[in-house]
Write a protein that binds this ligand. Sequence first.
Ligand code: C2E
Ligand code: MG
Ligand code: MG
Ligand code: MG
Length: 282
Amino acid sequence: LAKLTSPNGLRFYDPAVQAELEARTSLEHDLRLAIERQEFVLVYQSQVDSLGRTIGAEALIRWEHPRNGFVSPGTFIPLAEETGLIVPIGNWVLEAACEQLVAWANDEHTKHLTLAVNVSAIQFQQPDFVDTVCAMLTKSGASAHRLKLELTESTMIGKVDNIIARMHQLKALGVSFSLDDFGTGYSSLQYLKRLPLDQIKIDQSFVCKLHRDTDDKAIVQTIIAMGHSLGLQVIAEGVENLEHWRYLNEHQCHAYQGYYFCKPVSATEMVLRSLAPPRMLT
Ligand code: C2E
Ligand code: MG
Ligand code: MG
Ligand code: MG
């Protein structure tokens, strides 16, 4: 029961808090069962180069809840992180992503595609994370060179030396790294120099107002220039229109992802999209 204590020491029940707690507990219960019930699927959002050609995709998890329907990762990923369930869920994502890579590798038209997978901080910090990735790659037969792990700055909290060592171990396998939601964290510049990253991903919050916000224009331009001077590939997420793409392209951003090119779609549709003629920058 949700007991709240008022300033004068009286205790009372708040039905709203109570209802929220119950909803959360029930969602957590369902989340525990979701893997064995096979309720998760991956969808894919294409990533394109400056000519609009599909060069890869990001895998994004979806949860088809038996009663509530589709539950957004924005809702259940934080809950999964709080409860530790992100570890088995994240492992499922890695496994499914590796299987997808193998399917793509077996087709002439898709064998060049890379796949980016989101990895939560808690998942990355598991002592056996490197072994797990290694086992998934071996079991599936996927090429590590096509697998990209997206980390966020929250992963860098804690023993940074350990994290860097772990990244090096994975890089030795051929895996690459992207720093997701770049610009929204706090430690960017200090760590950027030390981390063995391959790519930074400009957060969509800077990209979505590019056509009307001069501050965001300046920020985006600076991030791209910094990426260039540090030898990092720069990708922009949340590219929603031609103006966004044009501005990013003018500043030599390397890769692009967003609704302008493609919404997250099923694996089958992703293949069809990658075969379609590229979107032109006109
Ligand atoms: P993210 O990794 O930053 O992914 C980008 C999000 O922006 C995705 O939302 C994507 O659908 C959305 N998006 C893509 N293009 C556009 C656009 O042009 N405009 C706008 N407004 N949005 C766009 P989604 O799929 O709901 O995922 C939300 C977040 O959930 C992800 O943010 C990521 O942090 C997390 N997530 C998703 N899948 C996984 C997963 O497998 N594991 C973990 N740990 N986290 C995941
Ligand atoms: Mg991501
Ligand atoms: Mg992101
Ligand atoms: Mg984001």
